[in-house]
Design a protein around this ligand. Sequence first.
Ligand code: CO
Length: 296
Amino acid sequence: MSLQVRGKLVRILPLFLLLCLLSLPAWAGHDHAREGKPAILLVAFGTSVPEAAGVYASLESQVRAAFPDMEVRWAYTSHIIRRKLAGLGQAVESPAAALLRLAEDGFTRVAVQSLHHIAGEEFHDLMHTARALQGMPDGPHVVRVGLPLLASAEDARRVAEALLASAPKARRKGEALVYMGHGTPHPADLTYPAMQHILAQADPLAVLGTVEGWPGLDEVVATLKKNKVKRAYLLPLMAVAGDHARNDMAGDDPDSWKSVLTKAGIEAVPVLQGLAGNPAVAAVWVDHLRTVMEKL
Ligand code: CO
């Protein structure tokens, strides 16, 4: 180093140190929120039924079309399904693991879209996870969670419209559409009677019941009998036609919905298609994602 250059450095150094000191307060309290790349994390309950998983792919392509060039990843909330898939060599991460890995990969602003149907236990758990990881030293800086499918009366109306528009073409007058939702002991179970009300307003023979909540199968059968229904299509009000749809709804066990309806003198026609594969329904999830993307 020449003496001249050294002399210049000596002159610049105090100025440099002063600048560092001046910027320290801003740096110490630096807002990381706007740093890092954004990403989308789609969070579903999960399924281990391979045919059912195809509708997740359809939903994903809808998300990719709406948000081109964005990193899109998946996580499943069901521990049992994750373990089953891991055993098959098809591991899918939990929301917490996926969020940490996204941060590790430089995606520090994450829009998490819940692919649940109601703001029940699974959704609340997801909110907890998001809040706990946001701002953790190695976690993402910003995590925002999009609302589940049925988060407003407007959502319910859009979903009802989408369901009725895609009802089986073979349906004749007097034949019913029976939708099977999951149901839950969580207070959000009240979403289902609201959805039922909106469905029935649009089509009096569109009936909703749930496996684990209210209204249940008894209420469905009572409504069908009251309306002298002889034939009903059974459709899952679930993202995928997985285990509940295949067994509880369309299975051959004596307590399946198909068997119970048949016993009640109503011909039951199961339709195994999940909501995530219905573009007009998926659009509601995509719009909820759009809302959080705007705030990311
Ligand atoms: Co279940």
